[in-house]
Ligand binder design. Structure first.
Ligand code: GUN
Ligand code: FE
Length: 467
């Protein structure tokens, strides 16, 4: 058991943050939050914990398992990164400004091809997962490379380092170089089944890991491959019995790139002229379900939006890569998604774009939405700080199907959390906190100007994964 006493900040509904002062938060040994009680005097803490059967002193006689937070420290839910390419960790920042298909051919595919070597995967993925944990990403939805062995390594590394993750082998059986393509549809599907089995073997109860079906995008997948993956999703729904984290009533998670850029959309239309748009295409192959995470969605017609809402698909909004890689300045219509009830989370899309920070994703989401506000002559309002914070936490959890487990710091949820330290004496560049600042002001300063130096500790399922 562990306990914290101090400020807790989270967002239960879009646009609102709840600031709980002098809160006693208790985490049970199973990693679940057992108590969240605001307005408790510090002096009352030991007695309250003892009444719950918690020993409040360790052998040295100090209160070792109670963490009393300072005025500049507070707990927030861990960040949920809904779109992340683990094998791109070592190429972040490269090829900015290239159109998407050129960026894939010139920078990304040669780079990802190196993951044919599992030892290379071990080296890069170790750094990648540690790097995201350091920045407070407690859950990530990862695209692996196309290689089954390297993707198994990615699942192993997430589990070892204690990160909650959706992990998928990237499926791509055409329109990629011979050096980086699944040999054929059968191999692609066989490797997928093998990776699914590996993820289940590593974490049989699905406490941290889930498999996510990962057709890269329609351009690199034959219709047979898309159909085969849709069939796996349908079978997983039929066989789901809800007894483990792998058995979701809506079936296995699915992720792909969707309506990202004009070059990509034109190429998709040329390859699949029989479909009116990408919603029709992916729906035809059984790939649009309430477990689907659609990255980008920079363009969406009214009819596409209506259908996405009815299908229950979520959007991974990746504003940093949308404005730097892909071709053009793509500001996805996030306000419209929210108004229409389409679930939205934020993604770093690391390594597209220049940043692997969810704080940057939040800030850039504000920038992108401001651009949309101007473009729409004020009709689509820009996003606020509480809104982007919600998207980075509970919003992302919903998109990943994890809203009952994480995303807020409520009793019954698993303790995936960040201990923020905004002490101006720390090394760092966050806007300095002043004596007279309210907690809301300290929070705002952190979201807009803090970085991983202000992320003092990170917990996943109660386990300390950064200190
Ligand atoms: N579309 C297909 N693959 C990718 C990728 O790796 N990154 C981005 N941003 N778009 C893609
Ligand atoms: Fe991507």
């Amino acid at each position: 058991m562990k306990a914290f006493h101090g400020t807790v900040i989270h967002s239960l509904t879009l646009g609102e943050i709840e600031i709980l002062e002098d809160t006693l938060l208790v985490v049970a040994d199973n990693g679940r939050i057992e108590l969240v009680e605001p307005r408790v005097d510090r002096d009352e803490v030991p007695a309250l914990l003892q009444a719950r059967g918690m020993t409040t002193q360790n052998q040295d006689g100090d209160e070792g398992n109670i963490h009393y937070l300072a005025r500049t420290q507070f707990l927030v839910p861990g960040f949920v990164d809904t779109h992340n390419h683990a094998p791109q960790w070592g190429m972040r920042g490269l090829g900015q400004g290239l159109h998407i298909l050129d960026w894939l051919d010139r920078i990304t595919f040669p780079h990802e091809a190196r993951f044919a070597d599992p030892a290379h995967a071990r080296r890069v993925y170790g750094r990648c997962v540690a790097g995201f944990l350091q920045q407070g990403v407690t859950t990530a939805s990862y695209y692996g490379s196309r290689h089954a062995a390297a993707t198994d390594v990615l699942a192993d590394v997430c589990f070892e380092q204690g990160q909650r993750a959706l992990v998928g082998k990237c499926n791509m059986d055409r329109n990629a170089p011979d050096t980086y393509r699944d040999a054929d549809t059968e191999e692609s599907l066989r490797d997928t089944e093998a990776c699914i089995a590996h993820v289940r073997a590593v974490d049989p109860e699905g406490r941290l890991l889930q498999y996510v079906l990962t057709p890269r995008f329609a351009i690199t997948c034959t219709p047979e491959l898309l159909r085969g993956l849709g069939d796996i999703a349908a079978r997983s729904k039929k066989s789901a019995n809800g007894t483990t984290g792998h058995d979701h009533p809506e079936g296995m998670a699915i992720q792909t790139h969707f309506n990202e850029a004009e070059q990509e959309m034109a190429s998709t239309r040329a390859l699949f002229p029989e479909f009116r748009d990408e919603v029709e295409l992916y729906a035809h192959f059984g790939l649009l379900t309430p477990r689907t995470i659609l990255a980008h969605c920079c363009y969406a017609t009214d009819s596409e939006l209506d259908r996405l809402m009815r299908l229950g698909c979520g959007v991974a909004h990746c504003p940093v890569s949308n404005m730097t890689v892909g071709g053009g300045f793509m500001a996805a219509p996030v306000r419209t998604f929210l108004d229409r009830g389409v679930p939205v989370g934020l993604g770093t899309d690391s390594g597209g774009g220049f940043s692997s920070s969810m704080l940057d994703a939040m800030r850039q989401a504000i920038v992108a939405s401001n651009a949309r506000e101007v473009q729409s002559k004020g009709q689509l309002k820009g996003l606020t700080i509480p809104e982007v914070f919600h998207l980075a936490t509970l919003g992302g959890a919903k998109v990943c199907g994890l809203q009952n487990k994480v995303g807020t710091l409520e009793v019954g949820k698993e303790f995936d959390a960040i201990l923020v330290n905004a002490d101006p004496a720390l090394p760092g560049v966050m806007t300095m906190v002043e004596e007279e600042d309210s907690l809301a002001t300290v929070f705002e300063k952190f979201v807009m100007t803090g970085d991983d130096r202000n992320i003092e500790q990170v917990f996943v399922r109660g386990r300390l994964v950064k200190s």
